[in-house]
Design a protein around this ligand. Structure first.
Ligand SMILES: NC(=O)c1ccc[n+]([C@@H]2O[C@H](COP(=O)([O-])OP(=O)(O)OC[C@H]3O[C@@H](n4cnc5c(N)ncnc54)[C@H](O)[C@@H]3O)[C@@H](O)[C@H]2O)c1
Length: 248
């Protein structure tokens, strides 16, 4: 039996790619392709959707997730900009409905491995900075992937013995923001230029050496294996899971 999947944000770049990937997958069936102006609740009910993939806009992700669960389908949220603080409420909603849900900051296997290798490297270095490069259409910064990477690195820094030594160097920013943003002491820099898709480089600095781990997606196909995998696996879950790495 195939899994009935709806796509929200279907007129956008990721939405269109997802529609194509789901249509060409044998065990997934595309039951609707919605965008601004469509009633998601009605489509989920009418088409008996099992799963809804959401690639819309950062400010709408949490609200769409909640609406999808309340309508009885499992959300696979690819929309970025998700604050982790929104997850407990969505998890509770999922459990009440005995449904699974997924929030996936990055569906690309290369990007997921870049994050995991960075967490591993953080065990051996005391300082790291994340530089992410996106197309100039991306509204928010830093990217969800950069934030997640910085979070994994800071967790690894905090959990080793002895703890990573934070730099106590006094810094002077000539222009505010000169040293980028910071998450738990890990610097994150966001580049926005036409020509990029969603590159990221993580640079570790040590005594007399640097280590650089980078992922360079070439086109949106790199996300589609992960999108289809998420549509399958979310049907086996109960509660909200954050990050595709937990399902690999
Ligand atoms: N998780 C990942 O791996 C990954 C990869 C790439 C992009 N993204 C994220 O996915 C999102 C979409 O990216 P894109 O490049 O396709 O953007 P896009 O602007 O090309 O497409 C967004 C689409 O969503 C529609 N939309 C906006 N708000 C909506 C709403 N409330 N309900 C229904 N439709 C709505 C728009 O009309 C548009 O068609 C962004 O947040 C982006 O950062 C995530």
């Amino acid at each position: 039996v195939s899994i009935r999947v709806g796509v929200n944000g279907a007129k956008g770049k990721m939405g269109r790619a997802s529609v194509g990937a789901i249509k060409s997958s044998e065990d997934l069936q595309l039951v609707f392709a919605a965008d601004v102006g469509d009633s998601l609740e009605k489509l989920i009910a009418d088409e008996k959707a099992d799963v809804v993939v959401d690639f819309t806009k950062a400010s709408d992700g949490p609200e769409n997730a909640s609406l999808i669960i309340k309508a009885g389908a499992r959300p696979v949220i690819g929309t970025s900009g998700f604050q982790k603080s929104a997850i407990p409420e969505l998890d509770k909603l999922c459990r009440e409905k005995k449904l699974g849900g997924l929030i996936v900051p990055n569906f690309s296997i290369g990007a997921i491995k870049m994050m995991q290798f960075s967490a591993e490297a953080a065990k051996y270095f005391d300082s790291a900075e994340v530089v992410e490069y996106h197309h100039d259409g991306k509204e928010e910064s830093p990217s969800g992937t950069a934030l997640r990477t910085a979070e994994l690195i800071s967790e690894a820094f905090a959990s080793k013995t002895p703890k990573a030594k934070a730099s106590e160097r006094k810094e002077i920013e000539i222009i505010p923001g000169g040293r980028g943003a910071q998450l738990n002491g890990v610097r994150v820099h966001s580049v926005r230029l036409p020509g990029y898709l969603a590159d990221q480089e993580v640079i570790f600095g040590g005594a007399g050496e640097t280590l650089s781990i980078s992922s360079r997606p070439r086109d949106r196909d790199c996300f589609m294996g992960g999108v289809c995998l998420a549509c399958r696996r979310v049907t086996e879950l109960e509660g909200m899971v954050y990050g595709l790495e937990n399902l690999l």
